[in-house]
Ligand binder design. Structure first.
Ligand code: ATP
Length: 228
């Protein structure tokens, strides 16, 4: 579903080149869920941006399905994002001028895959049935993030990319939102790549990988590393 092959990424900064990823290999199979962990600044968001084709590697290849993202032009990558990916970020990025029902159907409409029965089920499962005509500002933080998750999953994307999706929520709300996210990802049949700082958040996912010094390590390898 998603593959990184020997991916390198270096940013140019006023202080000189900053190498963030140096030889990342990753395979995520259809229906699989993977937590991407690592210290602040280790490159997790960079990796997620490359997976979404929002940025390109300096070396190596990122493929979604059999499609190499670097072989597409920007409109081609935008099409892959629209048709194949769901994105959820720490900030909810809801459209303030659209009500709950219209926010929910936005992504599915853009992907050309509206499914009223699935949308109605999502609304129910998100606890937002009856709130269709409300606007984002009338919802709590947890409700807004549930809506953002529902919007991303409305087209049943092959892959959901989530960057700290519960990072802006209090602990209790975060737990219920995460549980719901995992249930709906399973129902939708999507693969999941989720960035998180939290071992507790990562625990229920199929696999956990840690980004450290530009490379991906299996969770168990972390404890065998020499001191930094
Ligand atoms: N556009 C950019 N130009 C220059 N440096 C960047 C750019 N984007 C990120 N960086 C740097 O690359 C490194 C990795 O950043 P990234 O945001 O991927 O880390 P992260 O693991 O997601 O961090 P956090 O957990 O704090 O969100 C950081 O040192 C950051 O300052």
């Amino acid at each position: 579903m998603l593959e990184f092959r020997d991916v390198h990424k270096t940013y140019t900064t006023p202080q000189g080149p900053l190498s963030v990823l140096s030889g990342v290999d990753l395979q995520l199979r259809a229906g699989e869920s993977l937590a991407l962990m690592g210290e602040s600044g280790s490159g997790k968001s960079t990796l997620l941006h490359l997976a979404a084709g929002l940025d390109l590697p300096d070396r190596g290849e990122v493929c979604i399905g059999k499609q190499s993202l670097a072989s597409l032009d920007e409109p081609g990558r935008a099409r892959v994002r629209r048709e194949t990916l769901g994105l959820v970020f720490q900030q909810f990025h809801l459209v303030a001028s659209l009500n709950v029902a219209d926010n929910l159907r936005l992504q599915a409409r853009l992907a050309g895959r509206e499914d009223p029965a699935w949308s109605a089920r999502l609304l129910q499962r998100l606890g937002l049935a009856g709130r269709e005509s409300h606007y984002p500002e009338q919802l709590s933080g947890g409700q807004q993030q549930r809506l953002a998750i529902g919007r991303a999953l409305a087209p049943r994307p092959a892959l959901l990319l989530a960057d700290e999706p519960t990072g802006n929520l209090d602990e209790t709300t975060a737990e219920t939102v995460l549980e719901l996210l995992l249930e709906l990802v399973a129902e939708s049949g999507s693969s999941l790549l989720m960035v998180t700082h939290s071992l507790k958040v990562a625990a229920p996912l199929d696999r956990r990988l840690i980004l450290r010094r530009g490379q991906l390590l299996a969770e168990s390898a972390e404890s065998h590393l020499p001191c930094a």
